[in-house]
Design a binder for this molecule. Structure first.
Ligand code: GLU
Length: 318
């Protein structure tokens, strides 16, 4: 059974870019006779805007994108994240970290690695158990040990979709397949380092919550914006450590603002206008390479057009 999902963060209303991911995941589920779920990703509470969750659901409903089950809210699922972290700690895939941002910057400077403007440097591994652990300091955050790479044959929804190369020089290099972008590659330990699972402020990190929920909800196909593509290797590392299936991934094209930047809530993207849902959906469909309805049909045949796009999606996607 194909199970897809759309997982918005309620940090503001849907904008033209987020509708592309919503429509693509909906079409993908419809095209494959599957189910489509909606999950409100509200773990990063300081960034959440009160009421944005209901507003997003109403925008989806206005576009006729109705989930096949009642939506879930990540803020109500923290016991699952706790249980997963406990398992990762017990299996040696996660460890507590006492470092503040200042500590991390000092350790990076001592190694001669200076931060590029805007770029995060990989965590230097100060609190890794093999480096002495907490050294008597109080734990602040919990991190995934990216040097501990599990090669056990975790079940997968995509038998040939990703693989890991296991050489001594390249121990956490991960290859994975994106249905649109093709083969992708990331050396997680070098590129992002030991990433956070439970933050110093007590909030669950996106990487852990998304992996736990995709697994518990039985998601077989993840369709989301291309800006999230480089998170996928971290999520596959967590899936392997938790021995849960890896879904198939498809990352959709981004809608760019006039200045060429990715359209996002952070750069003030306008809320999606759903007063004419077929107009909004047509723009999203065009971004996905699906042609527009002929002139004169606008506002008349929303359901018919969605079904037609689903047929075209089925014809064009594997
Ligand atoms: N909540 C994430 C966002 O709104 C999407 C996560 C995902 O689809 O994996 O950017």
């Amino acid at each position: 059974m194909h199970i897809g999902r759309f997982a918005p963060s309620p940090t503001g209303p849907l904008h033209a870019g987020s509708l592309v991911a919503a429509l693509a995941s909906w079409l993908d589920a419809r095209a494959h006779g599957g189910r489509w779920l909606v999950r409100i990703e509200d773990v990063d509470t300081p960034r959440c805007v009160p009421g944005a969750d209901q507003f997003i659901l109403s925008q989806l409903a206005a576009c006729g994108l109705m989930p096949d089950e009642a939506p879930v809210w990540q803020s109500q699922r923290t016991t699952h994240y706790r249980a997963a972290l406990d398992r990762l700690v017990a299996s040696g895939h996660a460890y507590p970290c006492a470092c503040s941002r200042k500590d991390i910057e000092a350790a990076q400077a001592a190694r001669g690695t200076l931060r590029q403007r805007g770029a995060e440097l990989p965590y230097p591994g100060t609190c890794r158990p093999e480096h002495g652990g907490l050294n008597g300091r109080a734990p602040r955050a919990w991190r995934r040990h990216t040097g501990k790479f599990s090669f056990n044959d975790a079940p997968t929804h995509s038998p040939s979709a990703e693989s890991a190369t296991n050489s001594i020089a390249n121990v956490t290099s991960l290859h994975w397949h994106d249905r649109r972008l093709g083969t992708q590659h990331q050396h997680v330990e070098q590129a992002v380092g030991d990433f956070v699972l439970l933050r110093a402020d007590g909030l669950w990190a996106y990487q852990l919550a998304v992996v736990v929920d995709d697994a518990l909800q039985g998601i077989t196909h993840v369709v989301r914006g291309e800006d999230l593509a480089d998170n996928t290797p971290r999520q596959i590392l967590l899936q392997r450590a938790l021995a849960v299936p890896t879904p198939r991934y498809l990352h959709t094209p981004l809608v760019l603002a006039k200045d060429g930047q990715k359209l996002s809530k952070q750069n003030g993207a306008q809320a999606l206008d759903v007063s004419q849902p077929l107009v909004a959906l047509t723009h999203a469909a065009q971004t996905l390479g699906l042609s527009a309805p002929p002139a004169g049909t606008v506002g008349l045949a929303l359901a018919a057009w969605r079904d037609e796009w689903a047929r075209r999606w089925a014809a064009g996607s594997g």
